[in-house]
Design a protein around this ligand. Structure first.
Ligand SMILES: Cc1cc2nc3c(=O)[nH]c(=O)nc-3n(C[C@H](O)[C@H](O)[C@H](O)COP(=O)(O)O)c2cc1C
Length: 191
């Protein structure tokens, strides 16, 4: 079941604008809270944003699908919730791998609840920090956008080492993934 969920999750960037129950958003953060953390220091904090008045100012700080020229949202395709992952620098100076692990936990709980999600590292951090009035000792690391999916996306075979995702004739996002045999070595590189 976990394997199926993980291989079937794809990044979703366009949404149906249904409201997400607060309980589901809380569950996403709770899963992040209980995720692995280097030395168990747990330096991450979270902001859940679902107030419709606050959503546009978050959206305006994000860059979506940078490698698809002209990729744009109409007003009825934007997400209705975000979870901002923050590093508390009073606990640790470096976030290490914790934010990525937390983001994956959030995405998988969202996926199980029928939501689509997009992790965003391309964030105008100074502006978002100001918009959300985040105190200085908390640094924005990643944003996860959430809502019910409006677009389809699938993993496809990678050709010519080209990792760029693009839409096919049916409007489905094709996301090339490297072949297992190309990325794994058993035991040693020695032949
Ligand atoms: C750390 C991280 C940062 C990302 N930042 C962005 C981003 O700023 N904008 C965006 O549209 N997608 C972003 N993505 C989503 C990736 O583009 C997406 O995961 C990739 O294309 C593979 O697609 P998949 O998630 O469907 O397998 C990010 C993903 C990760 C893991």
């Amino acid at each position: 079941m976990i394997y199926e969920s993980i291989i079937n999750r794809r990044t979703i960037r366009k949404f149906t604008q249904q409201r997400i129950p607060s309980e589901v958003l809380k569950k996403c953060v709770d899963a992040a809270r209980l995720s692995p953390s280097g030395m168990n220091r747990q330096p991450l904090k979270y902001i859940i944003i679902n107030d419709p008045k606050r959503l546009p100012s978050v959206f305006s700080t994000l860059t979506w699908a940078r490698n698809i020229p002209g990729y744009k949202h109409t007003p009825d395709e934007v997400p209705t919730a975000y979870i901002v992952i923050l590093l508390d620098t009073e606990i640790r100076k470096q976030a290490g791998n914790d934010p990525g692990i937390a983001a994956m936990s959030i995405s998988m709980v969202a996926h199980e609840a029928g939501l689509g999600s997009c992790m965003l590292g391309s964030v105008d951090r100074p502006r978002l920090q100001e918009n959300l009035m985040v105190p200085n000792h908390l640094q924005i690391v990643l944003v996860v956008a959430l809502d019910y999916p409006r677009e389809k996306s699938k993993a496809v075979e990678l050709k010519d080492n080209d990792t760029e995702y693009c839409f096919d004739a049916q409007g489905v996002l094709n996301v090339p993934k490297r072949d297992l045999d190309d990325i794994v070595v058993w035991n040693t590189f020695q032949t």
